[in-house]
Design a binder for this molecule. Structure first.
Ligand code: KG4
Ligand code: ZN
Length: 355
């Protein structure tokens, strides 16, 4: 009986993440993080300046079994101990997702434990429970990663996630990566821009703030656009080089970063106040950005909104976020997914747990 209660209130869940270039295997008991093993293929992609899907898929295949073993060893559990297996079933790179989904099905079949195919974006939100406890419902989530930039109204992280807006072109992380490349910084560029911008002047260049004009505020109130900003940075750098002047990398990085952070935080806080929501959660790889964290914190304070951001290691892709969402789904009695579970590269955010 005691065992049953523990399983229901604090299920032991193993989560697998392979949507991009990180093979992540996390293990949680309820909201307690027991293991977070990550093997990244990022260095294999660096020379191409972006993630190469075939390279990522093969790296997942090679890393899967050792990463599962490492997570179990770190957590001090055996596979037969787990109550459920969760896996990212989308969105992401098809071939990469397939490796994780196939591995999760195999584990579910061999252990006889239920399988939960979960949405990567909702998992970026749910991961915060491991650090800051149960999510307040409703809350607003700003999700900013290499593939996505969305504002989500989260009524229930396992069942009711509504998109309020999203990027109409590049994702925020993609813009960081492309601008870093322009500035001669390594891939992935976000952390490098974050670092060099610390010595730069954010007001050095007044780069455009996408979709903030009057008309955009009506038609794209909670949408984002970063492609014009990226082009503006490219033009500015080209003009400088044409004149034979050195490019002040730290100032350009700081000014670009300021433009991204300004729009993201302004729209996120507005979405909170307009919808009467007093909790903002920021997730995804770009949530690791130090300036974003700083400005979001100041603007939330001014607006009376409580800000929650996971620590940087939980913002970038990992298996713990998948386990966290799986664990919440078990606790809320959500039905497991079928063993026919497909990998869906364009899974909509409204589908949190696959049927
Ligand atoms: O969530 P994530 O690990 O993978 C996706 O789901 O895409 O996000 C990766 C993205 C990359 O574009 C990377 O440059 C960006 O997150 N990123 C950052 C920082 N750390 C990672 N962007 C800005 N500042 C950072 N400190
Ligand atoms: Zn992600």
């Amino acid at each position: 009986m005691a065992g049953d209660l523990r399983t229901r209130d604090a299920p032991l869940v193993l989560g697998i993440e392979t949507s991009c270039d990180e093979t992540g295997v996390g293990i949680v008991r309820g909201n307690d993080l027991l293991a977070d093993a990550v093997a990244s293929s990022v260095e294999e992609h660096a020379r191409f300046g972006g993630v190469v899907p075939e390279v990522a898929s093969r790296a997942h295949l090679e890393a899967m079994v050792p990463t599962v073993d490492r997570a179990c060893a770190d957590a001090g559990v055996r596979l037969s101990d787990v109550d459920a297996i969760a896996v990212t079933s989308g969105p992401g790179l098809s071939g990469a997702l397939l490796v994780g989904v196939a591995a999760a099905k195999a584990l579910s079949l061999t252990t006889g434990k239920p399988l939960y195919g979960v949405n990567h974006l909702a998992a970026h939100v749910a991961v915060d429970q491991l650090e800051h406890g149960p999510l307040p419902h409703p809350c607003l989530a700003l999700l900013v990663s290499g593939g996505h930039s969305s504002l989500l109204l989260v009524e229930d992280v396992t069942a009711d996630v509504r998109p309020l807006g999203a990027t109409i072109d590049d994702a925020a992380g993609e813009a960081f990566d492309k601008v870093a490349r322009l500035l001669g910084l390594p891939f992935p560029g976000g952390p490098h821009i974050d670092r060099v911008a610390r010595d730069g002047d954010p007001a050095y260049v007044d780069f455009p703030r996408g979709l903030t004009g009057q008309r955009d505020q009506r038609e794209h109130r909670f949408d984002f656009s970063f492609s014009g900003l990226k082009t503006a940075v490219a033009r500015w750098v080209e003009a400088r080089e044409r004149d034979g002047d050195p490019v002040p990398v730290e100032h350009v990085a700081a000014s670009f970063q300021e433009a991204v952070v300004d729009v993201l935080t302004r729209k996120a806080v507005l979405a909170c106040t307009e919808n009467g929501i007093d909790h903002l959660l920021i997730g995804g790889g770009v949530a690791a950005n130090s300036r974003l964290r700083q400005v979001a914190s100041a603007r939330c304070d001014d607006a009376g909104v409580i800000l929650r951001v996971p620590r940087p290691g939980l913002c970038t892709d990992n298996g713990a976020m998948v386990a966290a969402l799986g664990s919440e789904a078990v606790r809320r009695g959500v039905a497991p997914s079928s063993l026919d579970l497909p990998a869906d590269s364009s899974l909509p955010v409204t589908e949190v747990v696959a049927p």
